[in-house]
Design a protein around this ligand. Structure first.
Ligand SMILES: *Cc1c(COP(=O)(O)O)cnc(C)c1O
Length: 409
């Protein structure tokens, strides 16, 4: 049996322990939902404050004085190491659904003789909605097939233009093999678009080594950049001269302030900028990244695996047979969350929230817990499982008040 004292010892030895104080988290806040909305850091708040001051003091002059126009690229370069990208391959813009739309149409144009997009039937719904919708704008008939991702090989053929998968399954926390899947897709002559919503800031990947064509990720989950924070788009350097932004706007023009009638794309990743960058939201991202820059993704990953191992072990030790751990035990296949299946998972999550342990529920039967190494302590994992034990012992999850679901689960 793992004890609370052992967890306190792990915290004392933890090289990341000092980073918790970068956030303004109350001591009793057991926050296992940083995979849905990361918390505010002191540096994010300070960066937003600084930009508010720039805006207040210098008004429109700020665009030039503070280099606001280049912020989407500068932040992209700071995200690059998280996924193994090179400078100039990432731009921060739009939100993730829009980013996927743009990259999908850009990719389809590069495979004009092919008519199929493959995606995962277990994908996050927005990915499937937007793939279905943009397929109508490709200028030729496109079929979007939702497949069992384990059967990818049998669906790949010379009519497949693009495969779009999410790297870490948002329900189960299973992480797919970026390198082997990308290789398989390329061997069939198709292109690969990865959704890194549950990857970026949680576990390292290497898009350069894996030869990934396109990718996109989220700012408000593990990157802690705030609600509705912009997403990022990755376009491999080799593609940048060939691809077009399917939603061109003035800020992707070679000379936006010449006000020319005819669109001419600027060079490099900047062409994927459509409209004015959300400077206040980017400021929060700027500040949020400062915390990551005090450590490395290798350290983050090491602790993430230790935290998820601890949680799984404690649940199995203390609640034997009560939950099915859906998340893979194999480290190579695990993201940074743990999913527990239980027929009354909604009530379980609500009862935990009432006790100050925040996780979330994902239909039909998953209680989902995110583990974010920058601010979570080992003892937080212990205390969360202790609350879970209490909930189950007292049948708190069966309370009448949890029979009707909230709008956001
Ligand atoms: C969170 C998430 C999104 C969210 O998209 P937004 O457009 O930024 O709201 C998209 N895809 C996946 C896999 C996600 O987890």
């Amino acid at each position: 049996m793992t004890t609370r004292e052992e967890c306190l010892e792990l915290d004392a030895k933890d090289p990341l322990s000092s980073l918790r104080s970068e956030f303004s988290l109350a001591d009793g806040e057991l926050y296992l939902d940083g995979n849905s909305l990361g918390p505010i850091s002191k540096s994010a708040r300070a960066a937003v404050d600084r930009v508010l001051g720039e805006w207040q003091g210098e008004l429109i002059r700020s665009w030039n004085l503070f280099g606001w126009m280049d912020t989407p690229l500068k932040l992209g370069d700071r995200i690059a190491p998280f996924i193994g990208a090179k400078p100039g391959e990432i731009v921060v813009a739009d939100t993730l659904t829009f980013a996927i739309a743009k990259l999908t149409l850009a990719a389809l144009e590069q495979r004009p003789d092919r008519h199929v997009i493959l995606t995962d039937e277990m994908n996050f719904h927005t990915d499937i909605y937007i793939l279905d919708a943009v397929a109508n704008y490709a200028g030729r008939p496109i079929t979007v097939k939702t497949i069992d991702r384990n059967d990818l090989a049998q669906h790949l053929n010379d009519d497949v233009a693009l495969v779009e998968f999410t790297h870490v399954d948002f329900r189960t926390g299973e992480a797919l093999d970026v390198t082997s899947i990308t290789r398989q897709v390329h061997d069939a002559g198709a292109l690969m678009l990865w959704d890194f919503a549950h990857t970026t800031g949680a576990l390292p990947v290497d898009v350069t080594a894996a030869n990934v064509d396109f990718a996109a990720g989220c700012g408000y989950k593990y990157l802690n950049a705030g609600p509705g924070s912009p997403a990022y788009m990755y376009v491999r350097a080799e593609w940048q001269d060939k691809v077009n932004n399917p939603l061109p706007g003035w800020l992707g023009h070679a000379r936006p302030f010449d006000f020319e009638i005819k669109y001419e794309a600027t060079e490099g990743i900047r062409k994927f900028v459509t409209s004015s960058p959300s400077i206040l939201a980017l400021a929060a991202l700027d500040g949020a990244l400062e915390v990551f820059e005090k450590t490395t993704m290798t350290e983050v990953r090491k602790k993430s695996l230790a935290l998820t191992d601890l949680f799984i072990n404690l649940v199995e030790e203390r609640l034997p047979g009560q939950f099915k751990v859906v998340t893979p035990s194999d480290h190579a296949k695990r993201g940074s969350q743990v999913a527990l299946a239980h027929p009354e998972a909604y009530g379980v999550v609500q009862a935990l929230i009432k006790r100050g342990v925040t996780g979330d529920f994902r239909a039909p039967d998953i209680a989902r817990f995110g583990f974010t190494p920058l601010y979570l302590r080992y003892v937080d994992v212990y205390d969360s499982v202790e609350h879970l034990v209490q909930v189950m012992q007292n049948n708190e999850h069966q309370a009448d008040e949890f029979k009707v679901r909230n709008a956001v689960t």
